[in-house]
Design a protein around this ligand. Structure first.
Ligand SMILES: [Zn+2]
Length: 295
């Protein structure tokens, strides 16, 4: 706990994007050859993230890459065995808008099948690499129900990564498809993501107050963590842009213990569990209305 800051309690969904430290969404990091070119540190990072979840009593939805699941099926099954849920982050870490609609549909269907086969669990949720259901892929979510998904978490209400006009709270994109947008903080040009570099660098009192307010509201905005953010020993990315290097590395030292403090006291649950809770609440609200209508 942080001295002087009350434990807010409350529930928030927690998500992890299961990818290795070098998997930026741009060449030369997003192609299949990158998996052999860079050091494989995913098992170490996975174990660190599983331990953090255990320490916090947290369960999460892990959005997994199928190409990594094929390399690390034992770790994928360990995530499931630890009580977490599995979603799809892609067949590879290629951005959705770099594929035409037919290629997107095919890669998502294949990725879902691979992950379900290797994990032995049903995959209901999707998150595009780098929030890439934007630009030319802004309508690609329409494909998801037909591919067997019941929720998406790819639409960041932010400039560059998405659109600040998009809703900041969970909503149905269409019948049978929830959207759970990631949390953002602030207004206008001062809006920042409540994950990644901002979670690693902004003052703890500010983040704690924001997290407490979201949890108290039962806002349903999934917290976001990459296992590699807990890996202190990862090499530098020599060919990455300055912006990528900042987003990727700033504030990494001590991030695990920082999260222990920031997330302490929050009930962190898989996205599926949050949706099930919301649907139960909606059904309970509906029952008296239907009874009144029939009386
Ligand atoms: Zn990713």
């Amino acid at each position: 706990m942080i001295p002087g800051i009350a434990n807010p309690g409350g529930t928030l969904p927690l998500s992890l994007d299961w990818e290795d430290w070098f998997q930026l969404c741009c060449p030369p990091f997003d192609g299949p050859e990158a998996l052999d070119r860079f050091e494989d540190r995913l098992e170490l990072a996975t174990d660190l993230a599983l331990q953090l979840c255990d320490d916090l009593g947290a369960k999460a939805t892990w959005f997994c890459l199928a190409d990594q699941a094929q390399r690390h099926p034992e770790r994928l099954r360990r995530i499931v065995a630890n009580g977490h849920r599995i979603g799809l982050h892609g067949l590879t870490h290629q951005r959705a808008f770099s594929q035409d609609l037919a290629a997107f549909r095919q890669s998502v269907a294949r990725g879902k099948a691979v992950i379900e086969d290797l994990s032995g669990t049903l995959v209901q949720g999707y998150r595009a690499p780098e929030w890439s259901l934007r630009a030319g892929a802004v309508e690609y979510w329409r494909e998801l129900p037909g591919l067997g998904f019941t929720f998406d978490s790819s639409r960041a209400p932010l400039k560059v990564l998405g659109d600040p006009c998009w809703s900041r709270r969970p909503h149905r994109l269409m019948a049978g498809l929830w959207e759970l947008p990631p949390p953002v903080m602030g207004l206008g040009p001062l809006t920042v993501p409540l994950w990644g570099w901002a979670m690693r660098l902004l003052p703890k009192w500010l983040l704690r107050a924001e997290l407490g307010a979201l949890a108290k509201e039962n806002a349903g905005t999934p917290l976001v963590l990459h296992p590699w953010e807990l890996d202190q020993g990862q090499p530098l990315l020599p060919e990455a842009s300055l912006g990528h290097r900042f987003a990727h590395r700033a504030g990494l030292p001590g991030y695990g213990s920082r999260l222990q403090q920031l997330w302490a006291g929050l009930a962190l649950v898989p996205l599926e569990a949050w949706i099930e809770g919301r649907e139960r609440a909606e059904a309970a609200e509906l029952v008296p209305v239907l009874r009144a209508a029939h009386s």
